[in-house]
Design a protein. Structure first.
Length: 118
């Protein structure tokens, strides 16, 4: 939505910020995508990179303060679970009304931006 100057007496537009943690949950995406699309909403979802590793790949992850293969928040499950998650993320990014998807701090670019797509 482009910013526009208000005329005298005109009510300003109303905005609701919708952001959620849990972008690694297929069930959550199923609850969120339909209502977001139906009201032409924008949102941000936060996803840690560990959710893109299968449980069998967990030893590749080095969480600060934990031994290899351990994470406070867990991992993505099976190969099928990861494919489902990637499909959910692709669906969210492909919707023209969706604000975007953002991976966690590990996706930061050299310029310091977060790598988020809006």
């Amino acid at each position: 939505m482009a910013a526009q100057a208000e005329t005298a007496g005109e009510k300003p537009p109303q905005f609701v910020l919708f952001s959620f943690d849990g972008a690694g949950s297929h069930e959550h995406w199923q609850r969120v995508l339909s209502p977001v699309k139906s009201v032409n909403a924008h949102f941000s979802g936060f996803l840690s990179g560990s959710y893109l590793l299968t449980n069998d790949q967990r030893d590749q992850y080095r969480d600060p303060g934990h031994r290899p293969g351990k994470a406070t928040i867990g991992f993505g499950g099976s190969d099928a679970d990861i494919r489902t998650l990637v499909a959910d993320l692709n669906t969210a990014v492909a919707q023209p009304v969706v604000g975007g998807a953002c991976a966690g701090p590990s996706s930061s670019t050299a310029s310091g931006s977060s790598g988020c797509r809006t």
